[in-house]
Design a protein around this ligand. Structure first.
Ligand SMILES: C[S@@+](CC[C@H](N)C(=O)[O-])C[C@H]1O[C@@H](n2cnc3c(N)ncnc32)[C@H](O)[C@@H]1O
Length: 241
């Protein structure tokens, strides 16, 4: 989702992905996040995840987000959650060189792999940004089959099957230590929230052909093949032994 208005469609979601706070906490526990951690969140959106983790585990955080409006929303959320003193959000392109402080222990990339060029590239970026021993949680779409028909696979060229993801993680020097998979109902709820946001925009501006076309396309993709062939999960990456 690159346009400003498509970001808006998701901006009411606390977590801008087909998952739940409970699943994020499950992944965080598997990644052993605790009060001593400094968590780097790449493409943090409005910091729903960082606020949840800082509030639950007492960790510190740095969010990188390139949209000024998202950064503003993130700072407001963190202030309201009482953790603005522990979590900083920088308005920055996460693919540019980042001047990061020492002591980052965990990297997150949740629904943001596309900004690096896809799942494999995001795992590589996490590896490069984290110090040795760093842990990571990558949340992304995956192919539920190794045999996605080419006419559908073309729509998600950067998506991997879980087997491919496992191989990339190992090549990058991570051990895959956990998977927290979203259910179809959770994916339905996420897609449904985007459809509802599109409908809301069309109610106030019925002539917005861009939103109308976008809604038609995402519904066709999801019900045509996405729901059957594409899943969403968080993968916990740890140091290999
Ligand atoms: C799908 S949202 C996920 C947000 C957040 N990780 C979450 O789970 O709620 C992806 C976010 O990445 C941000 N983004 C896209 N390209 C970026 C870039 N080059 N640098 C930093 N953030 C970027 C978008 O603005 C958007 O807020």
């Amino acid at each position: 989702m690159d346009d400003e208005w498509t970001w808006d469609l998701q901006s009411d979601l606390g977590i801008m992905n087909p998952t739940t706070p409970g699943r994020v906490l499950e992944a965080a526990r598997l990644a052993r996040i605790g009060p001593g951690d400094l968590v780097l969140d790449l493409g943090c959106g409005s910091a729903g995840v960082l606020a949840l983790l800082a509030g639950t585990f007492g960790c510190r955080g740095i969010g990188i987000e390139r949209r000024p409006r998202a950064v503003e929303a993130a700072r407001a959320r963190l202030a309201a959650a009482g953790c603005a003193d522990r979590v900083e959000v920088r308005c920055q392109d996460a693919t540019a060189p980042l001047a990061l402080p020492a002591g980052i222990t965990v990297g997150l990339c949740l629904g943001s792999a596309s900004l690096f060029g896809g799942t494999a590239a995001a795992i590589g970026a996490l590896r490069r940004l984290l110090p040795p021993g760093g842990r990571a949680v990558l949340g992304e779409r995956y192919w539920r089959t190794d045999r996605a028909p080419p006419e559908f696979a073309r729509d998600f060229p950067d998506c991997l099957s879980e087997y491919e993801l496992l191989m990339v993680a190992r090549e990058e020097g991570f051990a895959l230590t956990g998977v927290v998979r979203s259910t179809e109902a959770e994916f339905d709820a996420y897609e449904g929230a985007i459809w509802a946001a599109c409908r809301e925009r069309l109610r106030s501006d019925p002539g917005d052909d861009g939103v109308r076309a976008y809604l038609a396309r995402v519904q066709e993709e999801y019900l045509g093949y996405g729901r059957e062939l594409v899943g969403w999960a968080m993968y916990v990456l740890d140091e290999p032994w």
